[in-house]
Design a protein around this ligand. Structure first.
Ligand code: NAD
Length: 252
């Protein structure tokens, strides 16, 4: 049996750590030629079997150059996984305009820019798949996450419309909405809560884990699995859909 990614090329944003890194590793294991990119250096050593480039997803010139370099090397792009994202945990009234702008620039603007530059490449080669990262915060209200949730809700709306826009080009569009995933992003959330409440990090973490139906957080690899499924031919009839990988959070 041929490996799923044989002859295919995947781009993954936010691949230096967390869900993005796990996703790039999974694509590489499935034999995709995989190029990750990030604004930061890799946290757990150099990538093995895939490449990590420096690129800010919110800078159009950098995104365009990154896509050009992938096309120059591999000739095509079959999968785009938009994983890069930042979180903002703050009451709305205390949020600065610049913080809002950066949040929207990275989460929504970054998704726009990678799609904009990858779509023509996919079109030239008869299609592809775009998988965006949303969040449970785009589905349900979470205190101090209104703007982050709004940025993720916008990604859900973008995906629904884009699925219809790109279907004639043979491009599928889907998203994954994770719940609580054990990454630096979630850990920083927990630290903020611990500082605000005067509790220890471990106590808040234990509390947040108990709130999960299965009593634990996800590993990044469990989200990567969902992203790679949606990107694969096994999901050939899936477009315009969001896959909740949230341990029942939204079902509660
Ligand atoms: N961890 C969770 O519980 C959780 C839950 C729901 C959704 N998500 C979403 O999943 C995605 C990945 O989250 P994570 O938990 O792995 O976060 P993370 O902070 O561990 O990793 C995010 C990566 O994106 C990179 N990044 C940030 N800004 C960038 C930019 N401008 N250009 C390029 N790269 C940039 C960071 O450097 C980092 O390596 C995000 O979109 C996040 O919103 C995470």
């Amino acid at each position: 049996m041929t490996a799923e990614g044989e002859g295919k090329v995947a781009i993954v944003s936010g691949a230096a750590r967390g869900i993005g890194r796990a996703t790039a590793e999974q694509f590489a294991r499935e034999a995709y030629a995989t190029v990750g990119f990030d604004v930061a250096d890799p946290e757990d050593g150099p990538p093995d079997g895939w490449r990590l480039e420096r690129c800010d997803v919110a800078e159009e010139a950098e995104v365009a150059a990154l896509v050009d370099s992938v096309v120059a090397e591999h000739g095509r792009v079959d999968v785009l996984a938009n994983v890069a994202g930042i979180v903002l945990v703050k009451p709305l009234a205390e949020t600065e305009w610049d913080e809002f702008r950066r949040l929207v620039d990275v989460n929504l603007g970054g998704t726009f820019l990678t799609c904009k530059h990858v779509i023509p490449v996919m079109e030239r080669h008869g299609g592809g798949v775009i998988v965006n990262l949303a969040s449970v915060s785009g589905h349900v209200g979470q205190v101090d996450h209104s703007l982050y949730g709004a940025s993720k809700g916008a990604i859900l709306a973008l995906g629904r419309a884009l699925a219809w826009e790109l279907a004639p080009l043979g491009i599928r569009v889907a998203s994954v909405s994770p719940g609580s995933v054990d990454t630096a992003m979630l850990r920083s959330d927990i630290q903020i809560e611990a500082d605000l409440t005067g509790s220890s990090f471990d106590d808040v973490k234990a509390l947040r884990e108990q709130e999960q139906a299965l009593g634990r957080w996800a590993e990044p690899s469990e989200i990567a699995e969902a992203i790679c499924f949606l990107a694969s031919d096994r999901a050939s009839f899936v477009t315009g859909a969001d896959l909740l990988v949230d341990c029942g959070w939204v079902a509660r």
